[in-house]
Design a protein around this ligand. Sequence first.
Ligand SMILES: Cc1cc2nc3c(=O)[nH]c(=O)nc-3n(C[C@H](O)[C@H](O)[C@H](O)COP(=O)(O)OP(=O)(O)OC[C@H]3O[C@@H](n4cnc5c(N)ncnc54)[C@H](O)[C@@H]3O)c2cc1C
Ligand code: FES
Ligand code: FES
Length: 1435
Amino acid sequence: MKGQALFCYVNGKRRDLPSESAELTLLEFLRDEGLTGTKLGCGEGVCGSCTVMISESFEGKLRHRSVNACLFPLYAADGKHVVTVEGIGSLRSGLHPVQQRLATLHGSQCGFCTPGFVMAMYALLRATGGRPSEQQIRDNLAGNLCRCTGYRPIVDAFKVFAQVPANAYTNDSIQAQQPSPESSNAAAHAAENGFPGPKEPTQQQQLPAKKICPSTGQPCDCNGAASPTNHRNAKGNSFGVQHSSTGTKASADEGTMDLVTCSEPVFPAELRSYQPQDLRLPGPTCTWLRPVTLESLLETRKKYPEARLVAGHNEVGIERKYNQTTPSMLISICSIPELNHIQTGAEEVWVGAAVTLTSLMDLCSHLISSRPAHEIRCFNTLRNQLHHFSGNQVRNTATVGGNIMNASPISDINAIMMAAGAVYELASAGGHRSRIAPEHFLIGYRKVKLQAGQILLGISIPFTAKYEYVSEYKQSHKRDDFLAVGNAAFCVSLEPETEGWHLKEAKVALGGVAPFTQLASRAAAAMRGQSWSQSTLNNTLQAISADITETSESTGWKLDVHKAAVASFLFRFFMSVSAELEAEVPGSAPLFGPADQPGIPADLPFDGLSKGWQHFPVAAPEAVVGHSHMHMAARSQTTGEAMFAGDIKLVGMQHAVLVTSTRARAKILSVNASNALNMKGISGFFDAKAMRGEGSNTSASVASGLHHQQQHNYNNAAGHMKQDEEVFASSEVHTVGQVIGIITAETERQARAAAKAVQVEYEDLPSIVSIQDAIAAGSFFDGPENKVERGKVEEWLSKCDRVLEGSVVVGGQEHFYLEPQVSVVQPQENDELVIHASTQAATAYQHDIARSLGLPSHKVVCHVKRVGGAFGGKETRFIPVTAAAAVAAREINRPLRIALDRHEDMAITGHRHPFFIKYKVGFNKDGKVVAMDAEAFSNGGWCLDMSQAVIGKALLHADNAYRVPHMCFTGRICRTNTASNTSMRGLGGPQIMLAIESIMDRVAAELQLAPEHVRSLNMYREGEKAVCGQGVEAGQLRACWDQVLETSGFEERAGEVARFNQGSRWRKRGISTVPVKFGIGFAGKFMNQGGALVHIYMDGTVLVTTGGIEMGQGLHTKCCMVAAQELGIPLDKVHIAETATDKVPNTSPSAASASSDLYCMAVIDACSQLKGRLAPFRRPKSDAQQNGDAEARPPSFAEAVQAAYQALVDLSAHGFHAITQLTGPGGDMPFKYWTYGAAATEVELDVLTGTHRVIRADIVMDLGQPLNPAIDIGQIEGAYVQGMGMTCKEELVWGDAEHSWLPRGHLQTRGPGSYMIPTADDIPDDLRVTLLEDQPGRIASLSPPDCHSRRQNGRSGGEDRPPALVHSSKNSGEPPFFLGASAFFALKQAVYAARRDAGLPAWVQLDSPASTERVRMACSDHLTPKGALMPPICN
Ligand SMILES: Cc1cc2nc3c(=O)[nH]c(=O)nc-3n(C[C@H](O)[C@H](O)[C@H](O)COP(=O)(O)OP(=O)(O)OC[C@H]3O[C@@H](n4cnc5c(N)ncnc54)[C@H](O)[C@@H]3O)c2cc1C
Ligand code: FES
Ligand code: FES
C-alpha cells in the first residue's frame, strides 16, 4: 500500500497531490495552487463560498456533485476531476452562461459569495443532466449564503435554467425562459460530460400566447418581456418595470458582452478507467489509509482501533476545525462497494453506511413512485427531512453512517430510524456481523455501542404496514433551517374498530431533549392499546411532558420551550394521522375541526421560486447616469478573477494567528510561548513586551536573519475614536477574544497549532456581560450627554388620556460579511509599510497603524482593491489586530498575512449594539401620541470604539417618521466585558426606530385601532421638524407611505388576512406597514468630505481613483458613470483603480450612506476641471468651419486629448467635495438630507413551531433620480433582507446568567451553523420595489447652500440650481434597512391573532429578534407550559 502517488485533475489538468499532507483540505490545496476563486467564508460547510464540482466515475457512470471544498479532504480527491470557478469561464475565454446570468442580472455585489453560487448552480446543471426543476434550484440555493443582495437577483439569474412545468406560463414567457444560444452552445460542448442539450419544446410550449405575467400570474402588458419594459405614467414620465420571474435582461451593458464560453471542462479520459487501490500514506501529523475492500477495511480497523473512520468528512472536518487538531490516522471508507450498496427486499430496504444523503433521497423518491402508498410512509418522511438537511453540497458528501455514528442528540436520521423500527448492522474482522436497534445503539452524548474494531455496515429500514403511520418533525431556528433544535419521530400502528380506531402499537423518539436521541416511553405507553381519540391525545400530551426532564444544553433551549415544541409535534402528528384516517374511513377520526390544519410552512407545497418586480424612473437614452449598468467588477467576480486582500500572495509571506483571551475579565499572570516557538515553521511570537522593547519573542529562525534590526518606537495604546484599547493586552484582559499575542509562521496551519500551544495564566476578576448587569453595577462609559428633546414631557404625560410604560429589547447583530477580516502587511525599505486590507476605512488604517508603529503617516500606505462585504464591521475593529500584525511583520521583516477565521471574526470584532429601551408614553383616545419619555441603554462592550457615534446617531432617529410633540429620549452606553460593539448599517438607527414603532404598535393594540391608522395619524406633516431639529419633507414621506399602501393593496389584503385567520387556528397571517426617515451623512461634521483623482491618458481613456471603498455597494460603478457622463464619453472608456491612501489622502470611511454623494461629487469636480481644460480642443477647427468642409466635425474625445497633450495641458485633476453646512448633533442640520421609504409585508406564521414565511413585501423608496436603478434596488433588497434578519431571526447567544452552561462572556454563536443569517428561502415569495417618482427640481432645493462642489450635469431636476445631490439622486445604503422590520411587525400581528384564538389579550411584548422559540412562546396556548416565560434576549 505504500509509496503510491495520488493525483486528481483540476479544471482538466492533471495535478499530483502533495505527499504527507493528509491533513489538508481540498480548499487549502486549491488556494495554494493559485485558484483563489474558491473562497473560505466559514470553514464549516454552511456558506458555500468554497463550492467546487467533483466529477468521478461512480458505479460505471459519471457522477457530478457540488461539494464544500473547505470540508473535503484533499486525499479524497484522488482519481477525481475537480472543477473550480476558474474552470468554466473567464474574462478572456468567455463567461459560462451561469456566470453571465449572475453578472447581468445584478446577482453579484461584493462578489465574495459569487463563485460559490456559480459553482453550486453549475454543478446542479451537470448533476441533473440538463435543466433542473425550480424546486431543485430552490433546494440548491440552501447551500449558499449571500449577505449583500437579498438573493432576489440571484434567484432571478438562475431561474432561466429551470425546467418549468410547461403549463405554468404562457408561450411568450416560456420562450423568454429558454436558455440563451450561449447556454445551448455550452450544453453542446458538455454533451460528452453527460450534460445533454436543451430539451425540445413540449406541446404546451407551443400554445398561443396569453398576456399573463409570469411574475405575478396576473394579466399584464409586460408579455414576458426580455428587457425592462418602459411605461409612461399618468404624468407622462418614463418608468421602467422589471419583472423578476423570467430572469430577463436587466443590465444596460448586456448587449455589449462577450458571453460565449468555450472552456467547458471535459471529463478526463484517464479518470474513466481509474480504479482506487488500497493506500497507506504516512505523514508527520496524519496518516491516510484507504482500504478498498470490506475485508481490508475491517482488518485495518482491527489493527488501528484508535484510527478515525472518515466518510463524507463533514462532522470530522468541523470537529477538526473547532478543536484545531487532526486525528493522527484517518481511514477513508468511501471506496468500499458494500458500504455503498442499496438493496430493496420484500419487507425492508438495506442501505450501506457510506451511501450519501443525496443517494438516500433519490432512493426515497424512487420507492415513493414505485411502491404502494402505505409502504413508503417512512421514506416519505425521511425524504422530507432530508430535503431540509442543509444544501446539496453537504447532502452530496454526508453519509447515512456518518450521521448515525455522529450520534448527535439532534440527528434527524436516528430519531426517525428509532421510531420506525429500523435496525443497524455492525461488522468486524473475521466476518462477524450483528444487528442492533437504534435505541440500544445510542448510549450517551455522541456515544454509541460499538466494540473496538467494529464498523457500522448499513441499516435496514422496514416498509410500513397498512395502517402504520410514521412522521418526524423538527424544530429549528427557522422554517427551512437544517439543524434541529429539537426533533421528534412518531410511529403508530392502528386497526379499525367498529367505531373509530384502535392503537395497536406506538413508538416515539425524541431528539434534543437529552444528550442523545431517546424513546419517550411514557408517551408510547399512553397511546398503546388505546382508541384514537381526543382523550388519548390529551393523556399522551401529559405523558410526553413527563418524558422530557432535561434539555440538551447544546441546543441552547429552555426546558419549557422544548416541552412546547414536543407537545406541538405530537398534536400535529395526531392531526395529520387523523386526516389520513378520515380519508380511509370518513367520520372515523373526527378529532379536529376545520380550522385545525396541520400545515407547517416548511411542508407547504413548493409553489415556485421567489418572484417580484422593480419599478423605477428611466433616464434619457443618451445619458450614462440613470441606467442600470452592471456592477463594473461583476464579470470578474463571477469568474473568480476578482482579487480580494486574502488572495494576495507575496514572496516570502508569513502567516499570523492571534493568541487571545479566553476569559471575560482577568489579570494576566504569565504568558509562556516557549513550546510554540519550538514548533515547526514558527518564526516569532510577539506580545505586549514587544511594544516595550523587552526581550526577544522570536524563535530560532529570527536569529537566522529575519529580525528587523532597527530600534522601534511602538505604541501599545490603540482605539480609533478614543485610545482606551491596547494592541496587546499588557496586564489585564477585559473580554474573551482580546489580543494577547501573535504567532508568525510559514503556514497558517502551523501558526494556528502554535497559537494553541501558547500558555496564558489568568486570575479571574468579576465581569459584566449583559446590559442588565451593567445597569445594576452602574457600569457606563463617560462621555457627553446623549439626549434629544422637545416640548414639555412631564406636563403632557399628566395631561393626556392614557399613559403606558414598557420596554423594548433589541438584540445585537453580526455583520456577517462573507469575507472574514484580513490584512496583508508588507514592510519595505526606509521604514515604509504597505497594507493591503479589507477595510472600509483606509485612512483610519494608515493613521492608526502608523501611530502604533511610531511612524509618520507618510510612511504607511493602505491599499484596498475591494471588500467582500463590510456593513460597518470593517471600519475600526480590525485596526488594532492589523497593528499587531504590522509590529510582527516589522520584527520578522517579512510580508505577513493575518486572516481571521469565521469563529474568531465573530467572537472578537464586535456586532451591532444591543439596546434596551425603557419608555413611558402618553396618548389620547384617538391614537395621537402626545408625550414620550424614554431612555436607551446600548451595550458598548469592553472599549468605546464607535459606541458614542452609534448612540448619537440612534437618538437623531428616535422619532423615525412621527411627530411626538413632547418627547425626551436619552441614551447611555454600557461598559461590559463582551467584544466591543461597533458600527453596523444604520448605526443605532434601526434599534431605536424599533422602539418608537413598537410604541405605535402598542398604542394601537391598547386602543384596538389599526396600527397603520396610529402610524399615519402621528406621521410628520409638511413644515414640521424632526426631533433633532432638521426639517422633514413630509410630502415625500407621506408619498412613500400612501403609495405602498396603495400598490400593496394593503386594505384589501388586511381583510383577506383577517378572513384567513378566522378559518385557521394553527396558521396565522399578519400584515404590517412601517415607514422610514433616515438621515444621510456623517454626524461628525468634518467627515463629510471626499476626494478623487482623475487622469486622462493620451488614448482618451480615463482612470478614476477615489477615497471611497468598493464593498459591493456599487460605488466604483457609480463613480465611473458620473465621470463618463461629465466627460461625455462611453462608460467603457472609464476605469477605476483601487483605493489607496497615497492617491487620495485623508479619506473618511465609506459609511453612513455618504460615499456616493461625496465621491461622485469629487469625481464630477475633477472631471469638470478637465472638461474645462479640454474645451478649447473639442471645438471644430475654425478655418475648417469657415470652409464648410468635413473637418467641421468636432474632434473626438481622444483627438481632443491628444491635442491638449501636445499643447502641454495637464490631464490630471484632483477633485474635492465637502459639505460645510452640516451642524452635527445638537444643530438643526445634522444630516445632508433625509431618505424616506415605507414597506408593507405579509407573513404567515406556523403557530405550532413559531416559524414563518414572508408571503409578500412591497417597498417604496424615495431615491430622487437614482444614479443606477439596478444598483440602488440591489441595495434596497439587500438591506431589507438584512433588516428582516436582525428583527426576525439573527440571535447572538452569550455565556451569561441565562446561559450558564456556556463559559462566561463566551459567544456561542460564532459561525453560520449556529448564527443564522437569512437564506434564499427566507426572502419574500414576492418582493416588489418601487422607486418613487421624483418632482423635477425638488432635490436641488435640498442643497446645503455652501457645499463645495461645482456644476452637475445632464439630468432633469435641478441642473440650474446649486447642486448637492449627485444628478439629483439620493443614497440607498442604510435607509431601507429598517424596512425589514415590517416583517417583524407583521409577525406580531400574526401572534396577536393566535393569542386571540387562545382567549388571551392580543398584545404581548415580543423582543427582537422574534426567534422561532420566542414567537412560539408568545403565542401561548394549551400546548405551551402554563406560566412559561419567553426566552429573554441574552444581551
Ligand atoms: C452544514 C451542515 C449541515 C448539517 N445538517 C444536518 C441536519 O440537518 N440534520 C442532521 O441530522 N445532521 C446535520 N449535519 C450533521 C451531518 O449529519 C453529519 O455531519 C453527516 O451526516 C456526517 O456524515 P459524514 O459522512 O460527513 O460523516 P463523517 O464526518 O465522515 O463521520 C462522522 C463520524 O462517523 C464516523 N463514521 C462514519 N461512518 C462510519 C461507519 N460506517 N462506521 C463507524 N463509524 C463511522 C466517523 O468516524 C466520525 O466519527 C450537518 C452537518 C453540516 C456540516
Ligand atoms: S467556506 Fe466552505 S462552506 Fe463556508
Ligand atoms: S455579493 Fe453575496 S455576499 Fe456580497
